[in-house]
Design a protein around this ligand. Sequence first.
Ligand SMILES: Cc1cc2nc3c(=O)[nH]c(=O)nc-3n(C[C@H](O)[C@H](O)[C@H](O)COP(=O)(O)OP(=O)(O)OC[C@H]3O[C@@H](n4cnc5c(N)ncnc54)[C@H](O)[C@@H]3O)c2cc1C
Length: 391
Amino acid sequence: MDVDLPAEDDPRRVEVRAWFAAHPTPTPAELVDAGYVVPHWPAPYGLDAEPELQLIIEDEMRRAGVTKPVNPIGIGHCGPILVALASEEQKQRYLMPMLRGEELWCQLFSEPDAGSDLANLSTRAERDGDIYRVNGQKIWTSLAAHAKFGILIARTDPDTSKYTGISYFIIPMDLPGIEIRPLRNMVGGFGDAGFCEVFFTDVEVPVENLIGERDNGWAMAKQTLANERVSLSKEGLQWGHGPTVRDLVDLVRRTGGASDPLVRQRVAGAYTEGEIMRYHQLRQISAAVNKTPGPDASLRKALKDPHGQRVFQLGLELMGADGMLDVAATDPAWQAWASGFLFSPALTVGGGTSEVLRNIIAERILGLPHDQDVELGLTWSEGRARLKTAS
Ligand SMILES: Cc1cc2nc3c(=O)[nH]c(=O)nc-3n(C[C@H](O)[C@H](O)[C@H](O)COP(=O)(O)OP(=O)(O)OC[C@H]3O[C@@H](n4cnc5c(N)ncnc54)[C@H](O)[C@@H]3O)c2cc1C
């Protein structure tokens, strides 16, 4: 595979570069109108761009020092579902403000007893005239305290199998009966409300907030998770954001280099691993960028997250004693490494744990037999109990 990006005089690159020269500080609306926020989406949101054009746009945007509007869950996870399955009115209402980053979104999926085994969810949405009445609890909801909307999966038919009878809704986060309780974590960020518990008590959700067909939400939830895994395994080490291993190497160079041969070896090893990840990502982008994400996204995330943990650990060690200080007190150049280290244990948990990703790779890429607990319709804890009894 050719891993070089299209040449400097490639007409597509020339056109994109000219646009950024004419719009050196574009507003979010200008970026959306140009189709540069989600180039792979269809018009009017994107350009239906093929892989190379997407890579050119990303590259030129970086070169121009321009960043996209921030709305990771809206744009990265549930936006593609709305494009494919929402009604015309829903698309018109939600998509453009989402892309401009004007209305932040969150994802109301996990529950205390439904994480990896998400279909075990028990939040109920009962039809009552022209509303659904929602009761239940969600947990680990990133950005819930800041979001205008959430995408909710809830059980609309409790009398059917675990994977059917689930529906997918848009929830205005200020509806009466929604209580958001921030969960403090060691990284901080977003005013200590990086993620939250969300309680629903008799929340009245208009029927027009249902996406697609009632009771058919499990397929949409799985697709949202696959989109999430693509989004979380982009280049930055912190789930597609934050620094890369190349930034660490540059920082080591700028701050005097490393003389210890063992440290040099570890930096070189991390760099090599990072390059392998980058080529792997380019290969997957060229192969699959406009297709619906599949198990490849799990493979990329399964490789990328432990890599992120190793590089953040190395960054912390390179900081020496400063690594033990409050993030704000350390050299600003190293701050991303100190906070990244604190976040890094979460990398292999959120968006699918390493074990769950390996199950997907085993079954859907390697064709190994299905998890017997799933075949038997058992939850994870029931499966553990079965194993214990068997041994
Ligand atoms: C930073 C962060 C942000 C998050 N943001 C959101 C969000 O915005 N919205 C949302 O809905 N959720 C969010 N989550 C929750 C996340 O999706 C869950 O933490 C994740 O799915 C794991 O579920 P759990 O925590 O309940 O762990 P469990 O599922 O209880 O897993 C516990 C352990 O058992 C293992 N395990 C479970 N099942 C299997 C199996 N079949 N085979 C082998 N091992 C298994 C797991 O790997 C893990 O080690 C976030 C989590 C983190 C860390």
